[in-house]
Design a protein around this ligand. Structure first.
Ligand SMILES: [Zn+2]
Length: 419
């Protein structure tokens, strides 16, 4: 058993912090939480006294990452990577990225698609204790229509991208696609029903048919897994939710009626503010960017704040997902999403709630809240994130426990936590 004591404890539920807190863990679970003054020290418990002014809080959760990609700042970067790197090499690199992500305080991530389904194997290696990394939920390959989003159009017939995506067509094809990914070991299904501009001026476009989306969602739900959908917005997004998608990613353009429907159905919104910021900044700084690309970047920047304000007001479940791997470095950049939620009008406590408890609900894991019975995935932060949210991205202030076990120690000269 371990008894943690800290000046402040944020439990992830959105409740006000407990001052002068103590938390008892037994193995991988939390047993009790309260004020240190009311806590005896159980026989044999290891006492972990944190530095003065330190904060205990749940490990962070990023529900949208791509551990297979490097975060190269270039819209074609991921395409080039899949053309030039063997999938086994990608998996080795992903192991490093997973460790970095954990060391920056993210104890769980949902990976949103990886060539060759490599992140399923990474997940298994971490779960088996072979590698250090966050808890991972992985979909294997994303399902997309032939030539659709992520199906690597534009390389010509001479290039083939085996197992880059699962290209499916028709309801039967998508049903089979779902079955294949689940057979491979996927935790959930990634769909690409609705995309941004590729060939014309529209901000969003339906890429899958409603029948295809419904077939994929029905099969996934029948097998007890969720469906996460890459979306852009508008009526195609509304249709994707109606057809059964459980989480909608990016989703810049959403009207109030759709947000209300999401509240009713319990659909999660993953606004991916960080990748939007990084990609728009990149595009708008490129003198050679096409008018269409610029227009999309500008329009999506405006839309994302408006949509977030309305989603918060209407009570939509918003989870923090950065899209690290695209334009964003693993580890260092994941926490930017939390800062941007604050910039978008969430209080720091609310933004932490999005990046802990809501993320855990989306991933269907028993983490994200410091409450009795939950997994002891937690951070000791040297300082108070409620005073300055940016300290969450300072690795030198973080000590990370995953399942009650010391996983990463802060880089400062002295670490109070003992392994
Ligand atoms: Zn993504």
């Amino acid at each position: 058993m371990k008894l943690f004591r800290a000046d402040r404890l944020i439990d992830g539920t959105g409740a006000a912090p407990i001052e002068g807190a103590a938390m008892l863990t037994d193995g991988e679970r939390i047993v009790a939480i309260g004020r240190a003054a009311d806590f005896g020290v159980p026989d044999g418990a290891e006492i972990i006294d944190t530095p003065a002014g330190a904060t205990l809080m749940p490990g962070l959760i990023d529900v949208h990452v791509h551990l297979a990609y490097s975060g190269a700042v270039d819209p074609d970067g991921f395409r080039a990577e899949t053309a030039s790197i063997h999938y086994p090499a990608m998996a080795l690199r992903a192991a490093r990225y997973a460790r970095e992500t954990l060391e920056y305080g993210f104890t769980s991530v949902r990976d949103m698609h990886a060539p060759g389904g490599t992140i399923i194997d990474l997940r298994n290696a971490i779960d088996a204790g072979l590698l250090e990394g966050p808890r991972i939920k992985a979909p294997g390959l994303g399902l997309t229509v032939t030539g659709g989003h992520m199906d690597q159009a534009g390389f010509g017939d001479m290039m083939s991208f085996r197992d880059m995506n699962a290209a499916c067509d028709g309801p039967v094809g998508f049903r089979k696609g779902v079955r294949e990914q689940l057979k491979r070991g996927a935790d959930f299904i990634k769909l690409n029903p609705c995309v941004g501009n590729r060939r014309d001026e529209r901000l969003y476009r339906m890429e899958m048919t409603v029948e295809e989306i419904r077939a994929a969602c029905d099969e996934a739900h029948e097998q007890g897994v969720m469906v996460g959908a890459h979306t852009s917005g508008g009526p195609p997004l509304t249709a994707a939710i109606e057809a059964g998608c459980d989480t909608v990613e990016h989703a810049h353009w959403i009207d109030d009626a759709t947000l209300e429907m999401m509240v009713e159905r319990g659909t999660f919104l993953v606004p991916t503010l960080a990748v939007n910021e990084a990609s728009s900044t990149y595009v708008l700084a490129q003198p050679t960017a096409s008018v269409r690309t610029r227009r999309w970047a500008e329009a999506s920047e405006d839309a994302k704040w408006d949509r977030l304000t309305r989603a918060r007001k209407l009570g939509v479940k918003v989870a923090a997902g950065s899209d690290a791997g695209f334009f964003l470095e693993h580890g260092k950049a994941n926490g930017r999403e939390i800062e941007l939620l604050v910039q978008g009008g969430y209080s720091i406590l609310e933004a932490i709630h999005c990046a802990t408890a809501v993320g855990a609900d989306l991933m269907q894991i028993e983490a994200g809240r410091l409450l009795p019975g939950k997994l002891a995935d937690l951070l000791i932060i040297d300082g108070d994130p409620l005073a300055d949210i940016r300290i969450l991205r300072d690795r030198s202030r973080l000590t990370v426990f995953k399942g009650g076990r010391l996983a990463a120690r802060r880089l400062g000269q002295h670490a109070a936590a003992k392994s």
